[in-house]
Design a protein around this ligand. Structure first.
Ligand SMILES: [Zn+2]
Length: 57
């Protein structure tokens, strides 16, 4: 069960616990967990790139 709490930041690739994400972005029926304001800015700047990255995971 605990496994579901681990996710990956699509911007920096860092694994983290969902509870510890800096921000969660809901987009296209997916959730993106970002670790810091910098990753959030990067994600918002070029979200398509990171969305594709996640889907290929
Ligand atoms: Zn990050």
């Amino acid at each position: 069960m605990g496994k579901n709490n681990v996710t990956r930041d699509p911007v920096c690739g860092r694994k983290m616990n969902k509870n510890k994400a800096y921000v969660v972005i809901h987009l296209d029926q997916e959730e993106y967990y970002l670790c810091c304001p910098r990753c959030q800015a990067e994600f918002e700047k070029d979200s398509q790139k990171y969305i594709n990255k996640v889907k290929h995971n």
